[in-house]
Design a protein around this ligand. Structure first.
Ligand SMILES: [Zn+2]
Length: 466
């Protein structure tokens, strides 16, 4: 059997159109060579498939990607792909929620350019985040599709493996799958569609049994990305299949299941405004998630609204991890006075503070102000792992309250099993969906408009099948 040859790579981020912070090269980390293959972690060798890693660029979610950077990166990817000669397959690792001011469908353009280079015979399999957008252009140019089935995402590696396995199987069996999709006119936040609570827990569980149907390879529900005010923003059902008739049915089943549960999509944590959070603080250790400014969803991560409220109520033994501010970090390098809040353009109050003590660790200034500890990070970053605190020599047991920039809590913070509260704060990823700007999303889209009529239409990217 002739050795098969595949390329691997892609680009991944989430872009809030409500963020003033444009992303460019300095925001992305590029994984290449063996590091990229290790990330994918699939034994292609065992299938007699040779892998050619190109690059996988990813960033902490933020604002739109600068047009020039996106185009350059795409062109570079395509040139490297072209230089590999004839390929039997391509594994693309994407997210699906990129926004570029002058490109309607950035992932669609990327994937279409890949198809143009590799030709019609090549099998293109893609992995997406379930918070990504799907379009006809994307579906029309791919042969297999797999998206995460958990949010918070704990099945990233597994998803890469599903996309890899479909690619390997197609190359070995010479059986080419088809991707079908059906847009669902709904958009909610990840916090309203956690797969760890109902109704999404059952819907995502259902995908596994739908996969068992004859003719179905991989079924997906895409929640989509709510903080991009674009035409293509919507949820969708996406199915990789070998039988279009069954694939069409399964797309409709998934779309109807999600549509029918729209009124049950709720936050999986106690939530409310900042003063309700503070007024209901328990005596024991608890966590507040400052959700409107959550950098892992595209928030800027620099706002000081909760800090201002905690200081004014004189609450002590509070740990803020963290607030991003390069200018405050630099001020603390020189002395104890610093200004914090909105320094990257995220808005909210700007506070002039005086640190009683300060030390530096891992590009963070850890400042003590009035018996509270503020982690001032030089760059935007989340604090989702317990090791993040250990690295900064912080012990959670020294505090009564931890304030993180987060929506739903990360699995490790969730694992602390303490009371938690999600503050519905202002910011680039505001959870108050009915009050965010909405000029470009298709109308009607739930919950921006209330309506009851929906019949799923299924397409293979170029033809409507139902
Ligand atoms: Zn996601």
């Amino acid at each position: 059997m002739a050795i098969k040859k595949i390329a691997v790579g892609g680009i991944s981020t989430e872009c809030s159109t409500y963020s003033p912070l444009y992303q460019n090269e300095s925001d992305f980390v590029s994984l290449q060579g063996q590091t990229l293959l290790d990330l994918v972690g699939f034994p292609f060798d065992d299938y007699g498939i040779e892998t050619y890693p190109i690059f996988f660029n990813r960033s902490v979610p933020g604002g739109p990607i600068e047009s020039q950077y996106f185009r350059q990166t795409k062109d570079k990817f395509i040139a490297e792909l072209d230089s590999l000669g004839t390929l039997d397959g391509v594994l693309l690792i994407m997210h699906g929620a990129i926004f570029v001011d002058d490109i309607d469908d950035p992932e669609g353009e990327w994937i279409e350019a890949v198809r143009d280079v590799v030709g019609e015979d090549c099998i293109v399999s893609v992995s997406f985040d379930l918070h990504g957008q799907v379009t006809d252009k994307i579906v029309n140019n791919i042969d297999a599709f797999a998206a995460y089935r958990t949010a918070p995402h704990i099945d990233v590696e597994e998803t890469y493996k599903r996309a890899s396995k479909m690619l390997a199987d197609a190359l070995i069996s010479n059986q080419r799958p088809t991707v079908l999709w059906s847009p669902i006119p709904m958009l909610v936040s990840g916090e309203m569609s956690s797969t760890f609570v109902e109704p999404c827990q059952s819907i995502y569980k259902n995908l596994e049994s739908l996969d068992q149907r004859q003719g179905i390879i991989d079924s997906n529900l895409m929640v989509g990305y709510v903080w991009a005010d674009t035409q293509r923003a919507a949820a969708s059902a996406v199915v990789t299949c070998t039988n279009k008739k069954v694939g069409t049915e399964v797309c409709q089943i998934i779309a109807n299941l999600y549509w029918d549960s729209r009124q049950q999509l709720k936050f999986d944590m106690r939530s409310g405004d900042i003063s309700s959070a503070i007024n209901s603080l328990p005596k024991n250790f608890s966590i507040i998630a400052d959700s409107g400014d959550n950098p892992t969803a595209g928030g800027v991560g620099d706002r000081a609204d909760v800090l201002e409220a905690v200081l004014s109520k004189k609450i002590e033994h509070v740990l803020f991890a963290g607030i991003a501010s390069e200018s405050a970090y630099n001020e603390l390098q020189k002395g104890n006075k610093f200004n914090i809040g909105g320094s990257f353009g995220g808005g909210g109050p700007n506070l002039e503070l005086n640190a009683d003590e300060v030390y530096f660790e891992e590009q963070c200034a850890i400042a003590r102000v009035q018996n509270i500890t503020i982690v001032v990070s030089k760059r935007r970053r989340p604090f989702h792992y317990l090791s993040d605190f250990n690295h900064l020599r912080l012990k959670l047991q020294d505090y009564r309250l931890l304030v993180v920039k987060s929506g739903y809590l990360s699995p490790e913070l969730q694992g602390l099993s303490c009371p938690s509260f999600m503050v519905l704060s202002n910011g680039a990823v505001n959870q108050d969906l009915k009050n965010i700007d909405n000029h470009h999303r298709k109308k009607p889209t739930f919950p921006f408009q209330e309506f009851n009529e929906f019949a799923p239409e299924v397409s293979d990217g170029s033809n409507l099948l139902s």
